[in-house]
Design a protein around this ligand. Structure first.
Ligand code: ADP
Ligand code: ADP
Length: 229
């Protein structure tokens, strides 16, 4: 049984063939790293899984939900799939705590008190509980990205998607975010990460997928993958 399944998926931007016949099955708890040159469709692929983009043909099934044009299903996907972006995407006019309680309160209708308890739990997990009442602009990039991870975890997702989570960070902050992701990987969640951090891939990936021009052109375990000449 797959947690994420794509069958014959195609995506076009106008005349540009961004995803060209993608077939991919990801098992529950599997950790997959997607790499490949800029513009090869990595971001488009995971954005289709989260329904931030729509595919034109083929099938995508995520956490037991088939992604078609039924908006109810899109809501289900947003509850079950957490996403972390390159640019953090925190709300600048909300505190860290408010950023983390927003979706649980509005999407899950969770009472404020419970949402705050859960948010504090995850802010402790990413080791920044003391920042809870600050605004995103008062935090470093690495701290903001850890908030973004905590925010996603507050929804108790089955699947976490990461789109180049360390690419916008100053080099000295990359490690703190990767350490958080490594810790998360140890907990049995399904994870799909677009990243150029090959050390991370070796450490946590069950499978590495290499994309080029909208296609999956190589895949294997990190050992197989990095052993290739
Ligand atoms: P990657 O994540 O591998 O860098 P993307 O999935 O972001 O690749 O992009 C794949 C290709 O699709 C790129 O050539 C990009 O310019 C193009 N593209 C991405 N998003 C859009 C969009 N919204 N409209 C038009 N073209 C897009
Ligand atoms: P990435 O880091 O994924 O390669 P990009 O810089 O390619 O990001 O894209 C950033 C944003 O701009 C994405 O939301 C993408 O969908 C959009 N985008 C990328 N290329 C194009 C394009 N040619 N036309 C319109 N939107 C685009």
């Amino acid at each position: 049984l797959s947690e994420i399944q794509l069958r014959g998926v195609h995506k076009w931007y106008g005349h540009y063939h961004a995803l060209d016949d993608i077939n991919l099955s990801i098992a529950p708890r599997e950790k997959v790293v997607i790499c490949g040159p800029s513009g090869s469709g990595k971001s488009t692929l995971i954005r289709c899984v989260n329904r931030l983009e729509t595919h034109e043909s083929g099938r995508i099934v995520v956490a037991g939900v088939e992604l078609d044009h039924d908006e109810k299903r899109v809501e289900a996907i947003r509850r079950d799939v957490g996403m972390v972006f390159q640019q953090f995407n925190l709300f600048p006019h909300l505190t860290i705590l408010e950023n983390c309680t927003l979706a649980p309160m509005w999407v899950k209708k969770m009472p404020k008190k419970e949402a705050r308890q859960i948010a504090m739990h995850f802010l402790e997990r990413v080791r920044i509980p003391e920042q809870a009442n600050k605004y995103p602009g008062q935090l470093s990039g690495g701290q903001q990205q850890r908030v973004a991870i905590a925010r996603a975890l507050c929804m108790n997702p089955r699947v976490m998607l990461f789109d180049e989570p360390t690419s916008a960070l100053d080099p000295e902050m990359v490690k703190e975010v990767l350490d958080t992701m490594v810790a998360l990987a140890g907990e049995g969640m399904t994870m799909v990460c677009v990243t150029h951090e090959m050390g991370f891939a070796r450490q946590v990936a069950d499978r590495v997928i290499f994309m080029d021009r909208g296609r999956i052109v190589e895949e294997g375990t990190p050992d197989e993958f990095f052993a290739r000449p």
